[in-house]
Design a protein around this ligand. Structure first.
Ligand SMILES: *Cc1c(COP(=O)(O)O)cnc(C)c1O
Length: 496
């Protein structure tokens, strides 16, 4: 085996052993034409200047002894340990520990990410005990604090803008509210998000949070966002930044719950598989990263809804963009899985120019084929199954009958994919419950005939005051609104 090639891992990349001390990880773009950056710069930049996504130039690898030493740590401490080499000295360890402690304080389960056994070989990891009841809180709660810390140290402010069709918006708002160095402007399509989702955003009345209902579709919101980012003068003037799922810091924060699952089930001695409902390929890519840093995660199982671009990719090696169909699992209603580019980079042996070429042809023709050899390497690790809405409801009903467990539509798809993979007895599967069932009460009611109750923290959601600005689908109006509401009030710019 050539040096640097880890058995069963995709691609050739160098590895750093942590026992030799902490070498700072640098980040390179998947398209190979942007400067390598340190963690704090990657955090603020989001997307690389060449249009690529940042990945570590080498993976820090924890030894079996390192992992054993992490067993039984409280969740926030585990996060600080796991992300330490990725932060590479740009934030000192005491600060990191303080920030992780703060990030998970608002979760309302003492285990933070409790694991429940569903049957002999299947476990459910509940990732919905955060403030907005979806797994995105795990990364975004920490991201808001990291942004605030880095910006404050630099004496900078920035304006976060986002477009949401559901879960991301509320998670980002909860993460950025009341942070002195941030203003957040969140766009959603007027009348097209569920009432729970809207209220989770619009009832946050913090002065630095601005909800905008756009007269248009989600695609219109995304086009407005692109328009803002393409206006370079405006971008610099307000210090525009994004916290979407391509941000490396989100990926790395999610690695920690895979470590938590693996250690709880007996890693490094015992192997495991994970089953993940996937849209943008962000969550499951974090499992891939967890494997790359030394955890024995042997299978990465993906569940998709009717928007099955990932399932088709892992079946055939080809991706073709189709139209987005609305489903019962709206947070996976995606036709382009942005984070897949990070895996492609490894499949193309970390050749930025080759990855860039593949992505350009994908953008131009709406098609990409990685070929049989790369497909085979991907299939050695990944497998995927798709489920339509009727199947999803049937899964929710079946699981409820079997164990009394009420799954939301996204989680149900992950659980079903995990079961369909038929892993051997010595390979326990951890399926990820990515949202609380009360976030999708209509779908759950259709499946089992009863509406799940909102957790205590949201009991009065329908009684809370809402604040939201309604704007036309017009870039000029949006720009004016952001300026008038004080995006980057003191004129300082972020480095983004
Ligand atoms: C965002 C989301 C997903 C998809 O996660 P990706 O990282 O985009 O693959 C799945 N389930 C829920 C509930 C989500 O909010």
């Amino acid at each position: 085996m050539p040096p640097g090639l880890r058995p069963g891992c995709i691609g050739r990349y160098s590895r750093l052993s942590l026992t030799k001390g902490l070498l700072p990880v640098r980040y390179v773009s998947t398209r190979g034409a942007a400067p390598a950056l340190a963690f704090d710069e990657v955090l603020l930049a989001g997307l690389a200047r060449d249009g690529g996504l940042y990945v570590p130039d080498s993976w820090p690898v924890f030894t079996a002894d390192d992992w054993r030493a992490m067993r039984g740590l409280a969740y926030p401490e585990l996060v600080a340990r796991v992300i330490r080499p990725f932060v590479g000295g740009t934030i000192d360890q005491a600060t990191l520990e303080r920030l992780t402690a703060q990030a998970y304080r608002g979760f309302d389960h003492p285990a933070i990410a409790p694991l429940k056994q569903m049957d002999a070989g299947l476990w459910l990891m509940e990732l919905f005990h955060g403030p907005t009841l979806a797994f995105k809180d795990f990364a975004l709660q920490l991201l808001g604090l990291l942004f605030d810390h880095v910006l404050t140290q630099r004496g900078q402010r920035c304006t976060i803008v986002g477009a949401t069709s559901g879960d991301t918006g509320s998670a980002a708002i909860e993460a950025c509210r009341d942070r002195p160095s941030l203003d957040v402007f969140m766009l959603h399509p007027f009348g097209r998000v569920s009432e729970v989702q809207r209220r989770q955003m619009t009832t946050v009345l913090s002065a630095n949070v601005h909800n905008i209902a756009v007269d248009g579709s989600f695609d219109d919101c995304q086009d407005l966002l692109k328009g803002l980012f393409n206006d370079l003068a405006f971008r610099d003037r307000v210090g525009l930044s994004a916290v979407n799922s391509i941000n490396w810091a989100r990926i790395v924060a999610q690695v920690a719950y895979y470590a938590h699952a693996a250690l709880s089930l007996g890693a490094p001695e015992r192997r495991l598989a994970v089953a993940v409902p996937s849209g943008n390929f962000g969550n499951v890519y974090s499992a891939y990263a967890a494997r790359a840093i030394g955890l024995p995660i042997e299978r990465l199982i993906i569940g998709s809804n009717r928007n099955d671009i990932l399932t088709r990719f892992f079946d055939t090696g080809a991706m073709a963009i189709g139209t987005v169909h609305p489903t019962l699992s709206p947070s996976m209603d995606i036709q382009v899985s942005s984070n897949l580019e990070r895996l492609l980079f490894d499949l193309y042996d970390r050749d930025g120019a080759a990855t860039a070429k593949a992505m350009q042809s994908f953008r131009a023709d709406g098609r990409l084929d990685v070929g049989a050899a790369r497909l085979k390497r991907a299939q050695a690790l990944f497998g995927a199954t798709r489920y339509d809405d009727d199947e999803t409801k049937a899964i929710i009903a079946r699981e409820f009958k079997a164990s009394g467990e009420v799954l939301d539509p996204h989680s149900a798809i992950g659980v079903a994919a995990g079961r369909a993979a038929q892993c051997p007895r010595d390979l326990p599967v951890v399926a990820l419950a990515t949202a609380h069932p009360a976030k999708f009460p209509d779908a759950v009611e259709q499946a089992i005939g009863r509406r799940p109750a909102l957790p205590d923290r949201l009991k009065d959601l329908y009684a809370r005051e809402e604040r939201c600005m309604r704007l036309p689908n017009d870039l000029g109006a949006l720009r004016e609104f952001i300026l008038a509401r004080g995006g980057a009030r003191d004129g300082k710019r972020s480095a983004a």
